[in-house]
Design a protein around this ligand. Structure first.
Ligand code: IMP
Ligand code: MG
Length: 177
C-alpha cells in the first residue's frame, strides 16, 4: 500500500508557485536569443520537469542530464553523469532540476562538473528537499517541499525502477503479513 504524502493537486499548486519564482528570477537575465538552460536530471526529474517547464514563462532550452546514484533498492551507489557534448552550457544561466535532493552527493558532483563549463549562473530547483540527510553542502534555490528523512516514491521517483508513474508523492507502508 502507498500512503499519499502530496496529492496531485498539492503538487500542481507548488509547481505553479515554483514556475512563478523561476520566471520572475530569470526574466531580467534571459531572452529568446540567450535563453535559460534547464537541465533536468533523469530519470527522476522527468515528470516534475515536464509539468514545471510548461508553466515557466521565460525563454528556455532543455538539456537532459543522466545521473544514477541509486542502483537497486534504497542504498546509494556511485554516480554516472552523462552531459551531452552539444549542450553549449558556457556563458549561459543554468538551472539544474532535481526530483529530490537527499544527501546532496549527486547534485554537488553535477554542480562541480557544470561549474567547469563556465556558466553565467548555476542554481538548483528541486521538488523535494531532505535537508536532514545532507552530507554534501548543497543549497536548493527553488524548493517545492521540505521533507523529513523518509523514502518517497511517485511523480517520477522510484524504488528499484517501480512507482515512477504514480501521479502523487507517497510512501510505501510496511507490509504486515
Ligand atoms: P542524493 O545524491 O543522495 O542527494 O540523491 C539524489 C537522488 O537519489 C535523487 O535525485 C533521487 O533520484 C534519489 N533519491 C533520493 N531520495 C529518494 C527518495 O526518497 N525516493 C526516491 N529517490 C530518491
Ligand atoms: Mg534523481
Amino acid at each position: 500500500m502507498v500512503r499519499i504524502l502530496y496529492s496531485e493537486e498539492e503538487i500542481a499548486r507548488q509547481v505553479q508557485l515554483l514556475a512563478g519564482q523561476i520566471s520572475a528570477h530569470y526574466a531580467p537575465l534571459v531572452s529568446i536569443s540567450y535563453p535559460l538552460v534547464v537541465l533536468p536530471v533523469l530519470k527522476g526529474a522527468f515528470v516534475f520537469s515536464s509539468d514545471l517547464l510548461r508553466r515557466v514563462t521565460v525563454p528556455l532550452r532543455v538539456e537532459f542530464l543522466r545521473a544514477s546514484s541509486y542502483r537497486e533498492g534504497t542504498v546509494s551507489g556511485g554516480l554516472e553523469l552523462d552531459i551531452p557534448e552539444t549542450a553549449f552550457l558556457s556563458g549561459h544561466h543554468l538551472l539544474l532540476l532535481e526530483d529530490i535532493v537527499d544527501t546532496g552527493r549527486t547534485a554537488s558532483q553535477i554542480l562541480a562538473t557544470l561549474k567547469g563549463c563556465g556558466p553565467a549562473s548555476l542554481q538548483i530547483c528541486a521538488l523535494l528537499d531532505k535537508p536532514s540527510r545532507r552530507v554534501a553542502p548543497v543549497e536548493v534555490h527553488f524548493r517545492g517541499f521540505t521533507i523529513a528523512d523518509r523514502f518517497v516514491i511517485g511523480y517520477g521517483m522510484d524504488l528499484a525502477e517501480r512507482y515512477r508513474e504514480l501521479p502523487y508523492v507517497g510512501e510505501l507502508e510496511e507490509c504486515t503479513f
